[in-house]
Design a protein around this ligand. Structure first.
Ligand code: SAM
Length: 214
């Protein structure tokens, strides 16, 4: 079901793609944690076994941790051992939920995700650009994003899904164009790439890529 909210559309694609997967069986990457709305969605999936979320801003860990604490049943949180340390000085937090899902919040560029994850990934989400509520200068960068996508394609499991939400406004569409060009040239026999857009909306409306690995 199509909605006006591009993020919800990405969530719907993921939900329908994994509907037949077993509980606690999937490895999940949120490449752009931000305020943790996507991390929350991914961590709430019954099928999620372990979730890794990355952001270059420490504030993202704080905001995402609060978001998860408010909406999930948390069993343990590794940051509790740092009693006197401000959360904004902690680079990595591991959280366990009552559904037995492990969530790792990591302050690092997504480009470094292979330093933390050796398993194959079943679901990957990118929500590019900047955090509307934060410093707009801290934004995803086309070159780093494409290098990370390239690594993600290799680490994606067979029948895995990757969604990439791109915004045109923050760099006049440069990141979007580079990603479109890159994904348009990956092997058709190995990956299927969808691009979802609204044809009769403004040229600047966000664009969603959905990549499925064969
Ligand atoms: N998914 C988020 C949510 O649900 O709130 C929104 C993400 S926001 C549009 C984009 C985020 O990407 C920002 O928080 C920004 O700091 C982060 N970012 C920028 N460059 C990054 C990089 N190289 N690695 C990881 N995150 C990055």
């Amino acid at each position: 079901m199509w909605t006006r909210d591009i993020t919800q559309n990405a969530h719907q694609f993921i939900l329908s793609h994994i509907s037949n997967c077993e509980e606690n069986s999937l490895n999940v990457l949120d490449a752009t944690m931000g305020n943790g709305n996507d991390t929350l969605f991914l961590a709430s999936l019954a099928q999620a076994r372990e979730v890794w979320a990355f952001d270059v801003q420490r504030l993202a860990i704080k905001n995402t941790k609060e978001n998860l604490e408010n909406k999930l049943n948390i069993l343990s949180d590794s940051s509790n051992k740092y009693h006197n340390t401000n959360i904004e000085n902690i680079n990595e937090v591991s959280i366990k939920t009552s559904n037995n899902t492990k969530i790792n919040l990591i302050c690092q560029s997504h480009l470094a995700f292979t330093d933390f994850i050796t398993d194959k990934l079943d679901i990957i989400m990118f929500n590019l650009g900047y955090l509307p509520t934060s410093d707009k200068k801290i934004s995803t960068e086309a070159e780093i994003t494409v290098k990370t996508i390239e690594k993600c394609l290799k680490q994606l499991n067979s029948m895995g899904i990757m969604t990439i939400i791109t915004y045109i406004g923050h760099d006049n569409g440069m990141e979007y164009s580079i990603i479109k060009q890159y994904l348009g040239n990956i092997a058709y026999k190995d990956y299927k790439v969808l691009r979802i857009t609204i044809d009769n909306a403004s040229e600047n409306c966000p664009q969603l890529f959905v990549v499925i690995k064969e």
